[in-house]
Design a protein around this ligand. Structure first.
Ligand code: SF4
Length: 93
């Protein structure tokens, strides 16, 4: 029962993936070798109706690799860092 509930919650939480514009695209575009262009992947993301959900998922789950929500790991790391700093300031202030 609990396992079924967990699976239902998980599938619901990932339902946004049904709208992924990258479905069927070459995965190598989204997980390029170091130094390879990310331009094509990011252009696919710009046209994606679930870009916001995808980016948020990658940020909160600390995805280490690939282009998610139109951003690289380095770009997502910057957002995580900014959120951490903002949260610390709220605690202090
Ligand atoms: S934002 Fe990009 S990586 Fe995320 S689902 Fe859409 S196309 Fe795929």
């Amino acid at each position: 029962m609990i396992q079924e509930l967990l699976e239902a919650m998980q599938s619901d939480a990932l339902a946004w993936q049904d709208g992924a514009n990258c479905a069927g695209a070459d995965p190598d575009l989204f997980f390029p070798e170091r130094g390879a262009s990310t331009r094509t992947a990011k252009s696919i993301c710009r046209e994606c109706s679930v870009q916001t959900q995808c980016l948020e998922f990658a940020i909160v789950s600390s995805e280490k690799f690939g282009i998610w929500g139109g951003m690289s790991e380095r770009e997502r790391r910057k957002i995580r860092r900014e959120r951490t700093i903002a949260a610390q300031r709220r605690q202090v202030g």
